[in-house]
Design a protein around this ligand. Structure first.
Ligand SMILES: [Zn+2]
Length: 323
């Protein structure tokens, strides 16, 4: 009897938890689409271009979603707009000269692509933090060529118009992407590219991430969170993931101390450090939707850039009468 009462109490507690989770999910879901993990590879045949200004942008902001889309069938490519020569803030990455930063981040960026299952890396090589006055038309033209050549269906990138963005590389890259996604599908934009065998190709949908996002889509990344951790572990020159965990473990050991969180070897220390300290926002967002980890986006759906409302064809079909 006691066992049964305990069982019932447990069941009641579980039901209450589920109910409050549902309520939280519904509340959080007002106007927001919650993208769950898909079965199989529904995106097979489609192409994803993950665009970042710096080697740590995608790892920190959207690596889970990139890994999820690749797992669900996308062929993915990674584009990095700058040469990352500025390194990062004091104490965040590996201290080095400008030249060392370029090489370190280039190698890390290649490793990020490998960790996320992306097929190839493209580097535009603009100087770090100096994109404020690069030619927007040149950037757009380079992006259009890439979109047409790879036949890009979907992009993941910084939000071109988000609040609180401080880094000119982020918003310039994003503004180039926004324009190129649309212009790449038009006959009269850079038609000389068609001589090389390219054809107009419009990007269908966009996942824009930001420091303070206008959230229209939340993506469940729980099943691929290990990929996100590996992408951040690849950022050694820049951080804030990289080898921070193992470095902290070594510093504590010198003082005769240890953190159980950091485990018994360097790789575990790096991974658990990233999971605990870098994925806090992903964990908090996931909790609101009843999953372990999630990422937030301003998502632009297919056709959103064109005229809205019923099409001319649809109107004719519904209203046409014999003469
Ligand atoms: Zn950045």
């Amino acid at each position: 009897m006691l066992q049964r009462r305990e069982f019932l109490t447990g069941l009641l507690a579980t039901t209450t938890t589920l109910r409050s989770r549902d309520a939280a999910a519904q509340q959080a879901a007002a106007g927001v689409f919650f993208e769950r993990a898909a079965q199989g590879t529904p995106h097979k045949g489609k192409v994803l271009l993950a665009v970042q200004a710096h080697s740590d942008d995608i790892p920190l902001m959207s690596a889970g979603t990139v890994a999820k889309l690749v797992k669900e069938g996308y062929t993915g490519y990674l584009l990095r707009a700058t040469n990352d020569d500025m390194g990062d803030a004091r104490g965040l990455g590996t201290a080095g000269t400008v030249g060392e930063n370029v090489l370190g981040n280039e190698r890390d960026n290649d490793e990020v692509a490998r960790a996320l299952g992306l097929k190839r890396v493209f580097n535009f090589g603009y100087p770090n933090h100096k994109m404020g006055d690069v030619s927007l038309n040149e950037l757009i033209c380079r992006l259009i060529l890439l979109i047409r050549a790879l036949k890009v269906d979907t992009v993941v990138c910084w939000d071109p118009w988000a609040h609180d963005e401080e880094n000119p590389d982020h918003y310039m890259t994003a503004r180039g992407v926004e324009a190129a996604c649309w212009m790449a599908g038009r006959d009269h934009d850079y038609p000389e590219q068609f001589v090389a065998g390219l054809e107009p190709y419009e990007v269908r949908d966009k996942y824009y991430f930001a420091r303070r996002p206008e959230i229209t889509r939340v993506v469940d990344i729980s099943a691929v969170v290990d990929r996100k951790i590996e992408a951040n572990r690849a950022n050694r020159a820049k951080g804030p993931g990289g080898h921070h965990g193992s470095r902290l473990r070594a510093e504590l050991a010198k003082k005769g101390q240890r953190l159980p969180l950091l485990g018994d070897d360097d790789a575990t220390a790096d991974r658990n450090y990233i999971k605990e300290f870098l994925l806090t926002r992903n964990r908090e967002l996931g909790k609101q939707y009843g999953v372990e980890y999630a990422e937030a986006f301003h998502y632009v759906r297919p056709g959103a850039s064109g005229a809205s409302g019923p099409s001319t064809e649809e109107y004719i079909r519904k209203n046409v009468v014999p003469r």
